[in-house]
Design a protein around this ligand. Sequence first.
Ligand code: ADP
Ligand code: MG
Length: 654
Amino acid sequence: MSTPLIELCDIRKAYGGIDSPKVEVLRGIDLRIHPGEFVAIVGASGSGKSTLMNILGCLDRPSSGQYRFAGRDVAALDSDELAWLRREAFGFVFQGYHLIASASARENVEMPAIYAGTPPAARHARALALLERLGLASRTGNRPHQLSGGQQQRVSIARALMNGGHIILADEPTGALDSHSGAEVMSLLDELASQGHVIILITHDREVAARARRVIEVRDGEVVGDSASVQPVLQPVQQLQAGELRQRLDRGATLRGAWKGELLEALQAAWRLMWINRFRTALTLLGIVIGVASVVVMLAVGEGSKRQVMAQMAAFGSNILYLNGKHATAREPAGIVTLDDVAAIGELPQVRHVMPVIGGKLMVRQGNNSQPFYVGGNNTWFPEVFNWPVVHGSFYSEADEASGAAVAVIGQKVRSKMFGEHRDPLGQYLLIGNVPFQVIGVLAGKGASSGSEDSDERIVVPYWAAAIRLFGGRDPEYVAIAAHDSGRVDETEAAIDRLLRQRHQGKHDFELTNDAALIQAEARTQNSLSLMLGAIAAISLLVGGIGVMNIMLMTVRERTREIGIRMATGARQRDILRQFLSEAVLLSMLGGVTGIVLALCIGGGLLLAGISVAFTPAAILGAFTCAVLTGVVFGFMPARKAARLDPVKALTSE
Ligand code: ADP
Ligand code: MG
């Protein structure tokens, strides 16, 4: 006779022992099943039939005894090889059908093929063919709750046949069915047996058992009767020999499934579940959405203000130093920077231009229109020093400067406030502090402002005109100095400092300030502020991650049975791990994308409110990556928990 497919030697199974009384459920089972057999295992409820079937199907391990499958000791197989056996050799049919509730009939049938790495087209076709063969052609898209008991059982038979189903293990397949559906299922099994499938049918019903060609009777965990010895087994032609299965086990278990198909299926399953529980999903995602959105918005606001500061620096030049008199000590009068000082500074090699400024706010009139503006007396270096050209008309000349001519160059806002948008101001007169000045030019718009000062509300007149006609003094209020090189402002500052100390008899009665330093200091405070806000946002991301972990732990608990079903159909531990990890990742990716969209909306709102924001791809990508990483990190623990579940325990859990 050929090698038995299944050979049990003195198999024992005991439950309990440590905290509960030890119960021996199987007490020394010896059994051989050959290719092509149709066996019924019959016995009263509680006699240990299901326990036996779980051991036969490699869902459970015996406490002692030896199980040889196609001559190979099952105890020596690792979890991947056991998964291979469940996937390629066995097909399970359970009393309670054990279909995955969230998947359609076709998807349920396809599951074993996904774990076997069958390409999608082939497995769709095979699933549809099997369902059609079992009379379910019009029900392929139905979910289990939309099918009758008999139909569900036929779906589970189709699933058992998906990868071949050489050995069909059916545990009370008719137990939950009405007599008509039960008879249908039985004739199906009969047909499969005659096609060469090994059928192991478990039942408490002798009438049902009588359909099999061999009946094994168990009572209290022992075999008490076996008709095998009296009935010779017929050998149909197509049946698979033990040796062939053995060869395939030796080769095939190490083969890797098609991870791409599995991943796709895992993502589809994840998406379906998220959609079914969409309210819960949305609530969980809120944490990640808020986290990502706040990180992105914070970074954008920080970047926006940084860019604004940079723009200001560029607008006014970062190479400019300001010099003005100061009290050396509280008792002495403020020092005076004279025009001679200005001339001496102009001689320094590090200095490109030097410009004395005398100025103040004055009332400016034009007809009935009277408004205050900042009026500054400057020399002709003004456009170069402040990098501020005239766009209409011209700047005053050296001759105007020398003679103190009453001419004015006006800022954009002065032009619009005094002359409106349409009148040409050139040649018009403005009364500045009751002195008439003729407008000869209009400055370009700076658009920059610091505090309440708007740089475009400015009137520029020749230094001598301002000194004599408007302010009545000779000495400058302050001096603007353009260094040759914006990278060497410090060096220039030191040189000016040395020169002035010398000229002021060693007294430090002047002050040198630098726009760049001020602006940089401001940028630094803004930086640390946005860093702090970023940290707060990161914490909310963390909280979001914990939310993901929570929902994942919950789904693992809820779906323990589904995990058991997947394992019974041949999923390896890493398939389960992948399934749950991809759910976590998909969840957090969805949260990340939603968060980014929300952030962009908030950013748009802020822009409309006049706050400068700048979204950088790096910030968006970074936040998204953080969200996905959160999903992976926090999803890993629940996923591992799911993967390590014991198949039988998972399958029988409530
Ligand atoms: P059958 O399928 O023949 O009705 P089972 O194999 O399901 O019987 O159960 C046989 C016996 O083993 C029963 O008495 C049951 O209480 C016991 N049993 C089954 N599973 C467990 C378990 N996980 N822990 C403890 N006892 C169990
Ligand atoms: Mg049972």
